[in-house]
Design a protein. Structure first.
Length: 568
């Protein structure tokens, strides 16, 4: 696997491990790039660091002079941002902006420039000391916020800013920035956009394939305008800053419209905004695209073919339960059945399905919806989540009285669902009779096809408690060193892994006898169930994901659970 810039410098003896660790810590505090953090205050030799960076990337170091800076180019970005990132706009040619940087790997800074200026970026390698010197010596000609150079004046500016009313949400730069931000989020397949205000700046992050990635940090001065622009788009009250607000908007995209749910939350330094992007193109029309192995697919099909009973999906928020539910509903949906769903919220609209959005504040809870459904001659009922004892009892009774019930619970694995329902007051004999199948699931990031390469696995890399090692011999694993397609993460897209537990007579008897979740898990494994960890290791063997991702997402199995077989 290709080493990072910092690790490469340690390996070449350019910097010490201690210097790299200090620089990494400094980056976390200040947001500076790695090279600038390394040479700050003489922590590392600037000559050696710059020579290594130039040689590694085949770049020629540029000697910066004040005359090399075009005022029109330098004025495109705020001075606080330039100082923080350690970068300097030099010249603009058409849609291309030349920017002096000391760290060519600082992709977050490049993305930030592109967002804020609308220009493509051409990197020019320069020393951090030279960049800092020009920014300090010529503040009036570099950046469009030079007033912040004076600390006292900056404090007065901040005081005025705090007392100022909400700025117009139609300022052209802010409109362009928000539009560009949302377009990029859609293009990169982000599920969420986080706009987070802090004391000195604003952090913007995308959640891509389940992991948050910082994309830019606009200056604090843009905080109110950014929030106001999003509020306007979502139809929210831009004058309300004390209470949470929720709204919706739609975005046009190449694959069709994208529904966006907007949540605004007051925090200490301003309002945090989270936008949840629901890509209609992501709506699955069957279970076949979710990553189910043939054995698990057959178990799903058998459970869905039964006229009555309960199918439970379990897992934490963001594990893909709703996507699996929609996949099942799409397969079950045909003119011969009546399907009703209670959801919070309704994420995707399914033609031919009666979908109800719950509203707890007016009494339209999951339990209230279930009671109403049972008077509507239903065949199939979907309850977004069992959250309380009343909903649990009604759902179980519905499954026992001739209805197929699909629902979810928040438990770590499939067998724990039994005890979660017991905790809600459902009797064991009702659980044993009502449940047809329980399936826990997680989402693993896929190795990027654009940069996929082989990776050797050491037999001791996957170790469970008590020192037991999973069988990973003779595995042709893969990983992605990073490329433009995956934005240098090594991953692109996700695949689901499942722990599918169907209730046979032995398991029903164990539930009636009060068996623990561990007892149920061991018995289910004897019946052929694969745990989440075993399913994840199977995806590693297939080259779908990496061992690091499997370890990150799934928990180790207890030491008395058999290890995954080498057959995959």
């Amino acid at each position: 696997m290709e080493l990072s810039l910092g690790e490469s410098m340690v390996g070449a003896g350019v910097v010490t491990r201690e210097q790299l660790d200090r620089a990494t810590a400094a980056r976390g505090r200040t947001g500076a790039n790695l090279v600038a953090a390394l040479v700050e205050d003489g922590a590392a030799d600037e000559d050696r660091v710059m020579a290594f960076v130039a040689g590694r990337f085949g770049l020629e170091e540029t000697e910066l002079t004040p005359s090399a800076v075009e005022a029109a180019a330098a004025g495109l970005l705020p001075l606080p941002l330039l100082r923080k990132r350690g970068m300097l706009p030099l010249a603009r040619s058409g849609s291309v902006l030349d920017v002096a940087m000391s760290d060519p790997t600082d992709l977050a800074a490049v993305d930030e420039i592109r967002f804020m200026t609308g220009h493509d970026v051409r990197t020019v390698l320069a020393r951090p000391s030279a960049i800092r010197s020009i920014l300090e010596d010529r503040p009036r000609t570099v950046g469009h916020d030079a007033s912040l150079r004076d600390t006292a004046h900056g404090e007065r500016t901040s005081a005025r800013r705090r007392s100022a009313s909400t700025p117009p949400a139609t300022d052209t730069p802010v409109v362009a920035l928000v539009d560009s931000l949302l377009k990029d989020a859609v293009a990169r397949g982000a599920s969420d956009v986080h706009i987070e205000p802090y004391e000195e700046d604003v952090r913007i992050r995308f959640r891509i394939d389940g992991v948050l990635q910082e994309v830019m940090t606009p200056p604090h001065e843009m905080k109110l305008a950014l929030t106001s622009r999003v509020k306007v788009l979502a139809g929210l009250d831009i004058a309300e800053h004390r209470l949470p607000q929720d709204g919706r908007l739609k975005l046009a995209a190449a694959g069709g419209e994208v529904d966006v749910r907007v949540s605004v939350l007051p925090t200490r330094f301003g309002e945090k905004v989270v936008l949840r992007l629901l890509h209609r193109s992501d709506l699955v029309t069957s279970l076949d695209g979710l990553g189910l192995e043939a054995h698990d697919r057959r178990l799903f099909t058998e459970a869905m073919s039964k006229p009555a009973g309960m199918i439970l999906l379990t897992g934490p928020t963001g594990s893909g339960k709703s996507t699996t539910l929609y996949g099942m509903l799409s397969e079950l949906n045909h003119p011969g059945v009546n399907i009703s769903t209670a959801e919070d919220p309704v994420e995707y609209h399914l033609a031919g399905v009666n979908q109800v959005q719950t509203h707890g504040e007016i009494g339209l809870t999951f339990a209230a919806c279930l009671r109403a459904f049972l008077r509507q001659d239903p065949d199939i009922i979907m309850v977004g989540e069992i959250r309380d004892a009343e909903t649990a009892r009604i759902a179980v009774n519905a499954a026992l009285t001739g209805h197929l019930v699909l629902t979810t619970l928040h438990t770590n694995d499939a067998p724990s669902s039994v005890h979660r329902l017991k905790d809600m007051g459902v009797e064991p004999y009702l659980i044993a009779s009502a449940i047809t199948m329980m399936a826990a699931q997680r989402l693993l990031r896929r190795v990027c096809d654009g940069c996929r390469v082989g990776a050797a696995l050491h037999p001791g890399m996957l170790t469970a408690p008590a020192g037991r090692t999973e069988a990973v011999r003779d595995v042709e694993a893969s990983h992605g060193p990073g490329c433009a397609e995956c934005h240098h993460t090594g991953y692109r897209g996700r695949v689901a892994v499942y722990e599918v537990m169907t209730l046979c007579d032995d398991l029903r008897k164990l539930i009636l006898q009060g068996g623990s979740a561990a007892d149920l898990k061991r018995a289910a494994i004897r019946q052929g169930m694969r745990t989440l960890r075993q399913a994840a290791v199977g995806k590693v063997r297939q080259g779908v994901t990496t061992l690091e991702e499997a370890l990150r997402v799934t928990e180790p199995d207890p030491s008395d659970i058999p290890a995954a077989s080498t057959s995959g």
